[in-house]
Design a protein around this ligand. Sequence first.
Ligand code: PLP
Length: 375
Amino acid sequence: MKNLYFDNAATTRIDERVLETMLPYLKESYGNPSSAHGMGRTGRLAVETSRRKIASILNCHPNSIVFTSCGTESANMALRCAVTGVRLSHVVTSRTEHACVLQTARNLHFSGKASLSYVAINDQGTAQLTDLNELLEKSHGRSMVALMHANNETGTPLNMALAGEICRRHKAIFFSDCVQTVGHYPIDLSQMPVDMISASAHKFHGPKGIGFLYIREGLPLQALLTGGSHERNMRAGTENVASIVGMAIALEIAARNYAEDSKHTRQLKLALKEKLIEAGAVVNGVDNDSALYTVLNVRFPKTQATENLLLELDMAGVAVSGGSACSAGKGGSHVMEAIGASDAINIRFSFSKYNTMEEVNRLGVLLEELLTLQI
Ligand code: PLP
């Protein structure tokens, strides 16, 4: 059987057009964009054109886009540099954030740089914003809030407008990890009440190893990586020209096709959801149209029939991922633990424009076989 890839929240296949656009910057126009000669200037032009492209799609000033190596670096930069640069003494986040935020917040806390609070979440993973308001009200120093736009495991979204309004009311700096939403939803930063967002190209059919951090103009951050004046002194290191060009093209293609691709992908998610529910699964996270259309996380009760499902899917050539039933610290998912689902067999199916209904049907047949075979 041909392999089936349903792990697009982990990473996506690069779009051929992206790869084609990148190649000349690896093969011929490989000059260092900081060099003054012609080949250098070609690289510089490519970097700055890409920055303007991304800024125009997200409706922000090009100078507020800092290129980084990935979503993880962007989150590290946002948290570490805001805490030191803006002199924040309190970080508020949630237990369902990606490890790049959670671990960084914990490191800041354990090194004595900031106190740390967690916003309560409900059993669907939704951040309780009345709790955010109370935490900020009680805070003594200035706070930084780090809440993701949508969760990578459950697809549960944040009420960004309300979270932003609460942060503004308390003069807190608001960073949102948008790694699962940039390239999948129209984002207008002129209307979004955030100070910083992170993104990563490999989540929207761009290359791996490239991302960016949006920093609202005027926010006095210090650089995370020092040793050069790149990125207006915000991130030292020779720019990854080909990947920057690739990321901008990937975002451009995504933005051009948001409506069509999201409609197609949502149909796949709904079709698989129907099959899984028939097979006894329950959806983890928010189960309505506001959830990520790319992510479907379901749980099965732990039985003989479901226990090895992930392994069997893998053996059948299906790529999915699981919040396993293991307890935290043994490789289990901290998100499943936080929403109280860690006793179940949890499987995340995540979709992209490259998946087809025929693939969903094949997966449905396979799941039926695996589940009935073992009962
Ligand atoms: N944030 C979220 C929500 C993610 O899903 C991921 C990737 O899994 C990251 C951050 C990290 O991104 P990167 O792989 O580019 O470091």
